[in-house]
Design a protein around this ligand. Structure first.
Ligand code: GLU
Length: 295
């Protein structure tokens, strides 16, 4: 296993965005985070990633905490370590650090003015505003200049990886046109602040890793040393399970009389960690990962 630090020095996190109710896809993510953390005796921080003020709601956060408690997944110190909407001062401070290094510029581009995106392909910002020296205005965003070099990292399931963020996504938006700090920026600042050295999350975020490492380095910090991007529950067409595609919320499964162990067992089955939906209590999820090969 790649986590070479002594287990007690590994610190990971569960970082949901309260944009809706939790479903089996989130339970699969919890199984991976708590399961690997248990195997390594490491701590799980709970971080609420509610940076998107349009989509996140406090009632979803409250439901999320109740669901975690019901399922039996306990974060370190028994509660929330960080709520992104309360961290504006720290993000501003990190932004100032990048500004002082001359790495931030004002961008006036919008979806309408950028080349149309190809469906299914991530669009790469062409750097239109990089050297324009625009002043900040009511409808401008802030971007960071990303270095052109490739970024290498190790994924505990996939082995060595290399990504070139400058070609994948181009200069990253740090603060959007509404004045909100973005996920890519906030997550890097939080992981650095909290000393997270092991990121365990879904494979839909694999492409974000290179840019997050690049940004952490621009901020002068040590990015997490270990990354693990686990499989997701997908439907028959290979689409990620989502509430909008009809995944029932956990509260509904609970109201139908399913026990927490049954829900965890079902999520483990759907994500390929067991061959039948055998119930599994939260305290035993590490055993579900015995079939997973790490590199
Ligand atoms: N907040 C993200 C999500 O709910 C997870 C981000 C991360 O683990 O880096 O998908």
């Amino acid at each position: 296993m790649a986590c070479s630090a002594s287990p007690s020095r590994c610190r990971t996190r569960f970082a949901p965005s309260p944009t809706g109710e939790l479903h089996l896809g989130h339970v699969a993510a919890m199984i991976h985070v708590w399961g690997w953390a248990d195997r390594w005796g490491s701590a799980v921080d709970l971080r609420i990633e509610d940076h998107d003020r349009q989509r996140c709601r406090p009632e979803f956060t409250a439901q999320l905490l109740a669901d975690l408690d019901w399922l039996g997944f306990r974060p370190v110190r028994g509660g929330v370590r960080r709520i992104q909407s309360e961290q504006v001062e720290r993000y501003t401070c990190a932004l100032d650090h990048l500004r002082r290094a001359g790495l931030v510029y004002v961008c006036r581009c919008s979806r309408k003015t950028l080349p149309p995106a190809t469906p299914g392909v991530e669009s790469c910002y062409p750097g239109t505003c990089r050297h324009r020296g625009w002043p900040e205005g009511p409808d401008t965003s802030l971007r960071a200049c990303l270095p052109a070099d490739p970024v290498a990292f190790h994924d505990d399931l996939r082995g060595p990886q290399e990504q070139t963020p400058a070609r994948q996504c181009g200069d990253l938006v740090l603060r959007d046109r509404l004045g909100q700090f973005t996920y890519q920026f906030a997550v890097v600042v939080d992981d650095l602040t909290d000393g997270i050295d092991w990121v365990i999350r879904g494979e839909d975020l694999l492409d974000s890793t290179g840019r997050q490492i690049a940004l952490a380095r621009l901020l002068g910090g040590n990015p997490p040393r270990h990354w693990l991007h686990h499989r997701l529950i997908v439907d028959a067409d290979g689409r990620k399970l989502s509430k909008s595609e009809g995944a029932p919320p956990l509260a509904e499964l609970r109201a139908k009389g399913l026990s927490a162990a049954k829900v965890i067992g079902l999520a483990a089955f759907r994500v390929g960690l067991q061959t039948e939906p055998r119930p599994c209590p939260a305290a035993e999820v590490a055993q579900l990962l015995a079939c997973v090969t790490t590199r």
